[in-house]
Design a protein around this ligand. Structure first.
Ligand code: SAH
Ligand code: SF4
Ligand code: F3S
Length: 440
């Protein structure tokens, strides 16, 4: 049977999809290889959130394609947005498949290998099928993601996701619980519930009450049920929209011991004018009031955020509003990006596009400010003992890198293999992007 190689770009949804796709292909007899030079089939599973994504993809295809490669398949968010234009841009591509179609990939590969077709394109929104058709994962890791919700109805004016992932869809509770049980029974200790907007999760309840219409559960109830499953030591969820963040969700952080006291609530900007033009659905004061309320309900909570600088029409004063918000919000970790115009989105057509140079300057200032908060937070951990889950080896031998409940990187030196293990670690010193400690 043929062998395949997958290169995955973008968010955790893509990592999850790629994993499911690999399981399906292995179950059909294909072999997964880690070196593209050994592969008969090259699969590129793409992200389209920022510009130059297509350019990067085409250059990767050129770089990784070898004489052995019989099939080149491009899936995910670029395939959905570009559809058959991809074939015009690169004649070597055989399959273009959107993020809702990967369960059909084995069928498409077989058809091309048999010589029935030369090119196949599928950008249908099949919704449910892909989750249920793929077989259960065999090589379960100690830390696993489960997609609980997909798509987005928010249409922020800068964002391509609603066009590539489609309308919001929540998987039924029963399917999620079954998947979580399987993963925990097979060695997972940490579970991350993942979706484009997890706090608007509204999935079909696992039972029906006679005479009543079918009920749905929100994220709070789902977290409660997942947290009761045996074997679970750490539970996380991501990513949330500030406008859908309610007090019930804040409260479950106090009620569920395995749920980390940390949440990602991307604000994007601190200027009310820009937030309105972004169509975010909240003001900076409303956002900050939610963080305050959250801290009152759950004093140990910490936050992270995403930012976009240089959105069309953003003035120096608007940008200063973002810096002012950062000062008040006090994030542990943040991710900031220069605004990138996405064709087909309303913001790409707005007047007053900000020059690249200005975007760069603002990004640098913002990142310096965010880093300052991060260092302050890291330093405050010195002398504390924290429970760390170790994910990978560091650069030096005996060095291991783990995460605390706030998703900060913790580095230790240790004789025994720590990967996949929880250990108490005394924090000894702090750097910009990590803290250094010792297993106690
Ligand atoms: N649903 C999530 C975000 C998904 S996209 C939310 O609303 O928070 C992840 C991040 O990419 C966004 O939070 C945003 O900061 C960034 N992003 C999305 N579109 C972008 C664009 N056109 N230019 C720059 N950054 C963008
Ligand atoms: Fe994009 Fe906004 Fe939806 Fe997030 S909420 S995926 S930023 S449209
Ligand atoms: Fe990128 Fe698609 Fe995720 S555009 S961020 S891979 S939903």
């Amino acid at each position: 049977m043929a062998s395949f190689y997958i290169k995955t770009y973008g968010c955790m949804m893509n990592v999850y999809d790629s994993d499911k796709m690999a399981n399906l292909l292995v179950a059909r007899g294909y072999t997964q290889v880690l070196n593209p030079h050994d592969a008969d089939i090259l699969i590129f599973y793409t992200c389209n959130v920022r510009e130059k994504a297509v350019h990067k993809l085409l250059s990767d295809i050129g770089r990784l394609k070898t004489v052995n490669a019989k099939i080149i398949a491009v899936g995910g968010c670029i395939a959905q947005a570009e559809s058959k234009r991809l074939f015009e841009r690169s004649p070597s591509i055989n399959i273009s498949f959107g993020p809702q179609t990967y369960h059909k990939l084995p069928e498409y590969i077989e058809s091309i290998l048999k010589g029935e077709r030369k090119r196949i394109i599928d950008d249908t929104f099949y919704k449910m099928d892909k989750f249920n058709i793929c077989p259960k994962k065999k090589n379960v890791s100690f830390s696993e993601h489960i997609a609980i919700q997909e798509g987005c109805d928010n249409f922020c004016t800068y964002c391509i996701v609603p066009y590539t992932r489609g309308r919001e869809y929540s998987r039924p509770v029963k399917d999620i619980l079954n998947e979580a049980k399987w993963l925990l029974d097979n060695g997972a200790q940490e579970i991350v519930l993942w979706g484009q907007n997890v706090n608007s999760y509204n999935g079909e309840a696992p039972y029906i009450t006679i005479g009543q219409p079918k009920a749905t559960w929100r994220i709070e109830r789902l977290l409660q049920e997942v947290s009761k499953l045996p074997g679970l030591r750490r539970l996380r969820y991501s990513t949330s929209h500030p406008k859908d963040f309610n007090e019930e969700l804040m409260r479950v952080h106090n009620e569920i011991s395995v749920l980390v006291p940390f949440t990602h609530i991307p604000v994007q900007s601190g200027s009310d004018k820009i937030l309105k033009q972004m169509n975010r659905g909240y003001t900076s004061a409303e956002y900050l009031a939610k963080l305050d309320r959250f801290r009152k309900i759950c004093p140990s909570i910490q936050f992270s955020s995403d930012f976009i600088v240089g959105f069309p029409g953003e003035t120096d004063e608007d940008f200063k509003d973002t810096l002012r918000l950062v000062e008040k919000a006090k994030y542990t970790i943040s991710f900031s990006f220069k605004y990138s115009p996405r064709s087909g989105t309303p913001a790409a057509k707005m007047r007053d596009q900000v020059p690249e140079k200005v975007k760069e300057q603002r990004l640098e200032i913002l990142q310096d400010t965010l880093l300052r908060d991060q260092i302050t937070f890291n330093k405050a951990l010195i002398g504390k003992t924290q429970e760390i889950l170790f994910y990978k080896k560091g650069k030096h031998s005996k060095q291991y890198i783990g995460k605390n409940v706030y998703m900060q990187s913790v580095v230790v030196e240790n004789g025994d293999d720590l990967i996949g293990k929880f250990r108490n670690v005394l924090i000894k010193s702090a750097e910009e992007n990590c803290v250094i400690g010792q297993v106690v």
